[in-house]
Design a protein around this ligand. Structure first.
Ligand SMILES: [Zn+2]
Length: 227
């Protein structure tokens, strides 16, 4: 009887040890899983260049408010001068503001380093004058050399590029369906997605496509952030 009891006790002890070990493994696996999901949180930044315009920027702001999303607007201050209310609204509704250009005129902006920096200063001063915000983000209107990038960073700006487009500048006369597909295609598998869109007056299709672009990335598990 005792001889039989000993192996049974051993089996029980082994089973108990295995149970505890499994439990520990399970909880550490759970910890690892939650860590992994925190690391893998997908982010998308909607960035709008070349505005503000009255109708298109207004529609975009309505959509962003309805969807409870904050975005980033790279401002052309010559456009903003006749649309001061829209520029103020962008700031009041909690979106980020960045410098794009004063004139968006390549010949003027890229005439010299001094011209480039004074274009940036002029746009930043107008954003501050209208909203009280000192912008710290910059997006080149037409790309820049390393030397120019260094000068802009010295002035305290973070230079922001993009890694996905909706095609509203790249594809001539693109309709909203095309823009939704292009945003999905170019953003596919990226994390974060920094999506380039435009909100100047001729980009009505961009505003029309925006709710479906938002829905697409939401379905893919992306969280919307401002820079
Ligand atoms: Zn531009």
């Amino acid at each position: 009887m005792q001889k039989r009891f000993l192996p049974a006790a051993l089996v029980l002890a082994v089973l108990l040890a295995m149970f505890i070990a499994c439990g520990l493994q399970f909880s550490s696996a759970r910890a690892a899983f939650s860590l992994a999901s925190a690391e893998e949180e997908r982010k998308i930044y909607l960035t709008f260049d070349d505005g503000p315009s009255t109708v298109v920027t207004g529609r975009i702001l309505d959509i962003l408010r309805k969807e409870d999303i904050k975005a980033t607007f790279f401002i052309v201050s010559d456009m903003a001068k006749t649309r001061q209310e829209t520029l103020s609204r962008i700031a009041e509704e909690g979106h980020s503001l960045g410098v794009h250009s004063a004139s968006h005129d390549y010949a003027r902006i890229y005439a010299s380093d001094e011209a480039l920096l004074s274009d940036i200063d002029e746009c930043a001063a107008y954003i501050f004058h209208t909203t009280g915000i000192t912008p710290r983000l910059y997006r080149f209107p037409g790309g820049g050399h390393e030397r120019q990038k260094a000068l802009i960073r010295e002035r305290g700006y973070e230079i922001v590029g993009w890694n996905a487009v909706c095609g509203d500048e790249e594809i001539p006369h693109a309709d909203a369906d095309t823009l939704v597909k292009e945003a999905a295609r170019t953003g596919e598998g990226k994390n974060p997605v920094i999506l380039l869109l435009h909100d100047s007056a001729r980009h009505r299709a961009t505003a029309e496509a925006l709710p479906r672009i938002i829905a697409h990335f939401r379905e893919k598990g992306y969280v919307f952030c401002a820079l």
